[in-house]
Design a protein around this ligand. Structure first.
Ligand code: GLN
Length: 326
């Protein structure tokens, strides 16, 4: 019988293997994979290098290291990715949530908070309608829904999430269930926005419109996909490929905003760091008179385009936020 290795020894071996196979973060990767194999916290594992790793755990750690050394992202191997302080299930059905996308959630929360607290809301105030377009594994809509619930805003908000891929929608639903917000979000299979619903009596013109459109669509130029880290080759290509200049799908969404956004609504769209000028041009061309400014992410890169219709009265101040009318 061979003797069991300790946590410290296992980490050293794993780091060495991953470094030689070209990982950019061999230490972090090995720590996450070992923690997952022994079902412990990463911090507990760092505090206890003397712990012995059982043979089953050692075997699953070894299998995980081999997958990682072949380029598979740690998130898919663990089946988990932290995003916005929450743990999301991650697998090949959808793109792995990226830290830069947390900025979009932050901006969405700010918008919702502002609109719902700007003035006392009467009992007849309608709900804010929010859609997360191309939700993938649901990171944006689920973290927003969890915040909405914590803040007590659930009765005031209608949340919809769409995706063209039934597989990724299923993962998004699983994440919504895991975070206790499945009752707050409608998941709809759709190309970008859900088809406007008919119905009788006819709904008021604003019924199908949204106050907030959120989107992290594929925006990597087709030719740049080959140059992404190998980990990206394990992700669904359809979640990354944004056409020749990366903005083909964003432009298709812009085209639909005219009919889908309320007059005082706003769209928050994630973009590539070098796409700010082109997205402004696209808005000017496709939505004359609308405004587009670009927010930076936590690493200082241009990341979220904030797009809104022209104010109703061009001579007056900016459109009042919903609910602020006196
Ligand atoms: N930021 C991602 C990447 O570079 C792209 C995400 C996307 O296309 N929405 O891998």
């Amino acid at each position: 019988m061979t003797s069991l290795a300790t946590v410290g020894e296992s980490l050293r071996d794993g780091i060495e293997l991953l470094r030689s196979s070209g990982s950019e973060s061999p230490r972090l990767d090995a720590e996450l994979l070992l923690a997952s194999a022994i079902a412990a916290d990463r911090t507990a594992l760092l505090a206890h290098p003397e712990w012995q790793v059982g043979s089953d755990a050692a075997a699953s750690y070894r299998a995980a290291l081999i997958r990682r050394s072949r380029g598979e992202p740690v998130a898919y191997i663990r089946g988990l990715k932290e995003f916005y302080g929450m743990a999301f299930m991650a697998d090949r059905r959808a793109l792995i949530p990226r830290p830069e996308t947390e900025r979009l959630v932050e901006l969405a929360e700010r918008e919702v908070g502002r609109r719902l607290t700007a003035a006392p809301r009467g009992a007849d105030a309608r709900q804010l309608r929010i859609v997360d377009v191309g939700t993938g594994g649901g990171a944006i809509v689920v973290s927003l829904a969890a915040w909405v619930r914590r803040r007590g805003f659930a009765p005031d908000v209608e949340l919809i999430a769409t995706d063209a891929s039934p597989d990724s929608l299923q993962l998004a639903r699983e994440n919504a269930v895991a975070h206790g917000v499945a009752d707050l979000v409608d998941f709809i299979e759709a190309d970008l926005l859900p088809a406007a619903s008919g119905g009788s009596p006819p709904a008021p013109p604003s019924a199908g419109r949204f106050d907030l459109v959120l989107a992290n669509l594929p925006y990597v130029p087709t030719d740049a996909i080959g140059g992404l880290p190998i980990a990206a080759s394990f992700e669904p290509r359809a979640a990354l490929d944004g056409g020749p200049d990366g903005l083909a799908i964003v432009r298709r969404l812009l085209e639909r905003l005219l009919a889908s956004l309320n007059v005082d609504g706003i769209a928050l769209i994630e973009i590539g760091a070098d796409q700010a000028d082109r997205v402004r041009e696209a808005v000017m061309g496709q939505l004359p008179g609308w405004s587009c400014d670009v927010e930076r992410d936590l690493s200082g890169q241009p990341r979220v385009a904030r797009i809104r219709p022209a104010p109703r009265d061009p001579a007056g101040p900016r459109a009042e936020p919903l609910g602020a009318a006196r």
